[in-house]
Design a binder for this molecule. Structure first.
Ligand code: ATP
Ligand code: MN
Length: 462
């Protein structure tokens, strides 16, 4: 017999038929006469109730059906007698595929803390919370590809190992096959990376943007969706050392086009979750954050505020709130400032543009004022920055001058500069941190709980 998943069984189309269910036991309760076994198989947050007549089974075999065990159940799908479910399975055969020792299985009771669950990342997907989060994460990845595919954007895979250390977005992890205890040395005593695997120093990428620009200058509109790595020692609830980023890059877009795309894209993703992840979102809304669904609907239904960095600084300087970090024109905004603008002042998502050039990356297009660049950050409630992007400098001389001014090794970027030499065009793009999106959509409080296997300082278990 073919196995039917719980999500489909619960729809009741197989009512009256004999069915085969496979999954993991969530709970078992009952009495001398009848046992009720709740089984989940990951296809939905809901469990299906299996009813086992104790007389019909020998008691020994029912004993092995404990929380966490894996079972295969053959039985008839019937209308449920009890409350709480519409259908249930009247069991004929129950096979225990995998035992779970009740003495040692860690997920015995409900209500484990998220911190504890992080320590058992190999088992936490079996909880309602993480099942919901990872199903939503899947739906969001699919929606990303759907959005861009439907718009005629091409998915481009950019390299994970990069030879450039000038991607301009944070500290990098070195990739090497040299013997760290005894590396080859040059005459001056420095490590001789010419003998390394690639004949030069290499790192894990912090962004696929530079290569994304190569593709945009040929294919028009492209996006990347891949892992990125940052060795920044930031132990926050919004930073990971390994995270996924979506980076669209578009020829012939200016900053205004870029903002329009970012807003449309985010609204599409949130609406997709609302339409396709109803049960999981309802669960998270009820369990963790009663405002979650309201917040998601609010984002879909309201226009994002567009604001100049300079105006934002004025607002922050006159704000009644005390900030930990003071604000002056020229300082980078901290998360507390971003959240003040979004949550207190405008009470909606904000797109901040035209930042001072010295706090932004070398490739951003310089404005005529000589002080600011065409950067844009999209700020979200509860998150702060969810997207960072810009119009790119397409003028060869201006870009080369900026690279020199900032002391970046131009040799490494020769190919990036050549894009401005041969058929240059205005273009723009942005990076959406995938886990920040998932944080927002799920309402979870810590970025370590929205990626299956989080990587952060002093932690690379699993
Ligand atoms: P922040 O100021 O929050 O550290 P950033 O300015 O370093 O972010 P960008 O370099 O613009 O971020 O990266 C683009 C997007 O990638 C950010 O808007 C954010 O959504 C995400 N992001 C950046 N760093 C991290 C990180 N360490 N972990 C998870 N997501 C990140
Ligand atoms: Mn950062």
């Amino acid at each position: 017999m073919k196995r039917i998943k719980v999500a489909e069984l619960l729809q009741g189309t197989a009512l009256g038929q004999e069915v085969l269910l496979k999954g993991w036991v969530r709970t078992k309760r009952g009495n001398k006469f009848v046992n009720f076994i709740a089984v989940n198989d990951g296809s939905t947050i809901n469990t299906i109730q299996v009813v086992a007549d104790v007389q019909q089974f020998n008691e020994e075999s029912l004993k092995d059906i404990t929380t966490g065990a894996c079972v295969a159940v053959t039985g008839t799908l019937v209308e449920s007698q009890g409350k709480g479910q519409s259908v249930e399975i009247q069991a004929k055969i129950i096979e225990v595929i995998g035992l779970a020792d009740p003495e040692t299985y860690p997920l015995q009771k409900k209500g484990h803390s998220l911190e504890f669950l992080r320590e058992i990342a190999h088992l936490r997907p079996r909880t309602n919370t993480f099942g919901a989060v990872f199903r939503i994460r899947h739906a969001m990845s699919y929606a990303v590809h759907k959005y861009f595919n439907d718009k005629g954007f091409y998915y481009v895979q950019t390299p994970i190992i990069t030879g450039s250390d000038a991607e301009g977005a944070g500290q990098m992890f070195r990739v090497t096959t040299l013997d760290v205890a005894n590396p080859p040395k040059t005459e001056t005593g420095a490590v001789d990376f010419s003998q390394d695997f690639f004949g030069k120093t290499t790192n894990l990428t912090v962004s696929g943007q530079l290569e994304g620009e190569v593709a945009a200058m040929a294919l028009g509109e492209i996006y990347t969706f891949g892992p990125t790595f940052r060795a920044e020692n930031s132990n926050t609830t919004r930073h990971l050392a390994e995270f996924w980023m979506i980076e669209p890059e578009m020829a012939f877009y200016d900053l205004a086009d870029n903002m329009e795309l970012a807003e449309d894209f985010l609204k599409f993703l949130v609406l997709y979750a609302l339409n396709n992840c109803k049960d999981d979102l309802q669960f998270l809304n009820d369990m963790y954050d009663k405002e979650l669904l309201n917040r998601l609907n609010f984002v879909v239904n309201n226009n994002f505020e567009r604001l100049e960095y300079t105006q934002a600084v004025e607002i922050l300087k006159t704000a009644k709130q005390k900030f930990e970090y003071p604000v002056e024109w020229g300082t980078d905004l901290q998360s507390e400032h971003e959240r003040y603008l979004v949550e207190k002042h405008f009470k909606k998502p904000v797109i901040l543009i035209n930042y001072p050039k010295h706090i932004k990356a070398f490739y951003m297009k310089q404005n005529e004022d000589g002080k600011t660049v065409r950067a844009m950050d999209v700020l979200f409630p509860g998150i702060g920055e969810i997207i960072g992007g810009s119009q790119r400098e397409e003028n060869y001389e201006k870009l080369a001058a900026r690279i020199q001014e900032m002391g970046i090794h131009a040799e490494e970027l020769w190919w990036y500069l050549e894009l401005r030499k041969f058929g240059t065009a205005p273009h723009a793009g942005f990076g959406l941190g995938f886990e920040r999106l998932i944080l927002f959509v799920t309402g979870m409080g810590n970025i370590r709980d929205v990626i299956p296997f989080p990587r952060f300082p002093k932690s690379a278990e699993f």
